[in-house]
Design a binder for this molecule. Structure first.
Ligand SMILES: CC(C)(COP(=O)(O)OP(=O)(O)OC[C@H]1O[C@@H](n2cnc3c(N)ncnc32)[C@H](O)[C@@H]1OP(=O)(O)O)[C@@H](O)C(=O)NCCC(=O)NCCS
Length: 199
């Protein structure tokens, strides 16, 4: 069955939740909430994160391109307006050298552990770019890791790889950690703007 994509929304929440539950809440129960929160908002448990994420999705304050195989979600690429995703990794180094904030951020990927290595993260990234285009475009940043010369634990790659972003038309702007880059792309507004759901 060919893979498809849909935006994360109230309608696709059950499929998203099934994928997260299959993986024990992701990352010790994060429910893909951490990039939405300022560090000052403190730590909570998995049940609280789930409720916070669901509320955000229902209010249209959480975006992602979800990849589906039939009715099963098999991965996602989280994106959103910068104000929706204030927390990034290496934030101190990022803040030290930054100019204007981007309109959008692409912060997190997660692929079903049984489906890795099939290009699903790369597809999710292309779909996130397409949704951003439909939502009006603008400057987009990502914060991937450069592991072109090595394999690493897949959990270190939750913000994607530099190669994935370069293939999707992003260019490196600056380094914020040993292997972590800020990458950027300007995305024009889609000519025939359609609803991107969940937006
Ligand atoms: C990292 C991850 C997103 C990659 O997904 P995927 O669908 O297997 O990725 P793709 O098949 O599209 O491959 C994308 C690129 O990543 C590279 N890659 C994937 N896993 C890698 C690894 N462990 N080490 C180095 N490179 C890796 C691939 O070689 C490919 O490179 P290329 O574009 O130069 O060919 C996936 O392993 C994952 O979900 N990891 C867990 C992330 C996580 O914990 N997220 C939640 C935390 S909050």
């Amino acid at each position: 069955m060919p893979l498809t994509s849909k935006p994360l929304s109230a309608r696709t929440w059950p499929a998203f939740a099934r994928l997260v539950e299959k993986h024990g809440g992701i990352f010790g129960g994060c429910w893909c909430i951490s990039f939405h929160l300022e560090p000052s908002e403190g730590k909570r448990g998995s049940a609280a994160y789930r409720a916070m994420k669901e509320a955000r999705v229902r209010e249209g304050r959480a975006h992602a391109a979800l990849v589906f195989d039939g009715s099963d979600a098999v991965g996602w690429c989280q994106f959103g307006p910068t104000a929706e995703l204030p927390n990034i990794r290496s934030k101190k180094a990022y803040e030290a050298g930054r100019g204007q904030l981007p309109d959008w951020r692409i912060t997190c990927f997660f692929i079903d552990r049984e489906r890795r290595g099939e290009g699903i993260a790369s597809l999710a990234l292309r779909e996130a770019v397409r949704y951003i285009e439909r939502l009006g475009g603008g400057t987009v940043e990502g914060y991937p890791e450069d592991y072109a010369d090595a394999r690493t634990s897949s959990s270190f790659l939750c913000s994607g790889t530099l190669g994935m972003f370069e293939k999707a038309g992003f260019r490196k702007t600056r380094k914020i950690a040993m292997r972590r880059w800020v990458v950027e792309r300007r995305i024009p507004r889609a000519r025939a703007r359609r609803e991107a759901g969940g937006a």
